[in-house]
Design a protein around this ligand. Structure first.
Ligand code: SF4
Length: 353
């Protein structure tokens, strides 16, 4: 594409953006802390889902120092339900790094931002651009879709060579003196006009530059490499009751749920019956007859969870677990399926003994 076409496209997108109103709560100031927080929360998250979390975080942790001073358990609890918990752990690590090693000041260069844990090229470009007005082009899913269609890219957009091609297009399109405005404009353009399904091509100010439209291929672009099938796992959670208390423990393994709490867990290659569970658990208990099941979809795995309540006479075999009052359990952070069980199912099925 010729340079003058890049210039015309960016001018038309900026002009379109000046006529729309898409205000988002984190766009009201240029505080790098709030921009960083919003970008981490919005990674792999829809705006409608992430916005309440952003507002709660800003209210509870108004500065990077307050976030750094909070215990990780409090941050995981505030993050509960948002998924991809590594983001919350990175958030805490980076807040401590910025607060303790840099007097609460975020780096003000792209390279300095990129060195922060949990900050990749997209997030570094977004903070550099929106907080400091540096000329770095942001390339998120919306921008990828717009540029892949404009250039009529037939190759999968998640292939490394295509990622480089699209980044190069975005860099060339970015007007250096209006970097932040253009980045916001093209992201909003993708979200509102060049949408994944039913894009508004009839109202599009860059339609004459769009190869996908000219080729009648809008609905086939962007293409993605097929994903590997998800791994299927079966978790049996036993909620052991002793008096009015249940047993939970913090996950220690270095996996996506590290630091979250869980009940006694038996993982097996398929779902087990209560008789089979009885045989593999090495102490005595009485099952409650009702069970609840929940499927949790993660990016690379599908986890089918079965929840069973059981009564025990003493805590033999559960020495590694914390014993907590059932009414106090809501203070702890759990993976989404367990949170669902505690909030919905345990009450509605009246599973308590
Ligand atoms: S013509 Fe349609 S597909 Fe092409 S950029 Fe515009 S909205 Fe997107």
């Amino acid at each position: 594409m010729k340079e003058r076409n890049y210039a015309a496209i960016s001018k038309n997108i900026l002009s379109w953006h000046s006529r729309i109103d898409r205000s988002l709560p984190w766009k009201v100031d240029r505080d790098p802390y709030k921009i960083w927080l919003s970008e981490i929360i919005m990674q792999q998250t829809r705006v409608e889902q992430g916005t309440p979390y952003y507002l709660r975080f800003v209210e509870r942790f108004p500065t990077v120092e307050s976030l750094a001073a909070a215990p990780i358990d409090e941050i995981l609890k505030a993050w509960e339900g948002l998924g991809y918990y590594q983001r919350a752990r990175n958030l805490h690590f980076t807040a401590r790094q910025v607060a303790l090693e840099n007097n609460g000041n975020f780096p003000d260069t792209y390279e300095g931002l990129l060195a922060l844990k949990g900050v990749g090229t997209y997030t570094a470009a977004a903070i550099a651009s929106f907080a400091y007005d540096l000329p770095y082009a942001v390339v998120d899913g919306n921008v990828i879709r717009v540029l892949a269609r404009v250039a009529g890219i037939d190759a999968p957009v998640n292939a490394p060579s295509t990622v480089r091609e699209i980044q190069s297009m975005a860099d060339r399109m970015l007007p250096p003196a209006q970097g932040a405005d253009f980045n916001q404009a093209i992201m909003d353009f993708g979200a509102l006009l060049c949408r994944p399904k039913n894009p508004h091509c009839g109202d599009c100010p860059i339609q004459s530059h769009c190869r996908a439209h000219a080729m009648g291929e809008v609905h086939n672009i962007p293409k993605k490499k097929p994903k590997k099938p998800k791994r299927k796992r079966y978790f049996h959670y036993l909620i052991f009751n002793l008096d009015d208390q249940i047993f939970i423990r913090k996950r220690r393994g270095n996996d996506i749920w590290k630091g979250l709490y869980e009940f006694y867990l038996i993982e097996h290659e398929g779902l087990l019956t209560t008789e089979e569970l009885d045989k593999v658990i090495p102490f005595d208990f009485d099952f409650h007859p009702a069970a609840a099941n929940r499927i949790q979809q993660l990016s690379h795995q599908t986890i089918e969870c079965m929840f069973l309540e059981a009564r025990i006479q003493d805590d033999a075999g559960l020495e590694d677990y914390e014993r907590v009052d059932r009414k106090q359990v809501c203070k702890y952070a759990f993976p989404r399926a367990l949170d669902w069980y505690l909030n919905d199912k345990a009450v509605t099925l009246n599973l308590l003994f």
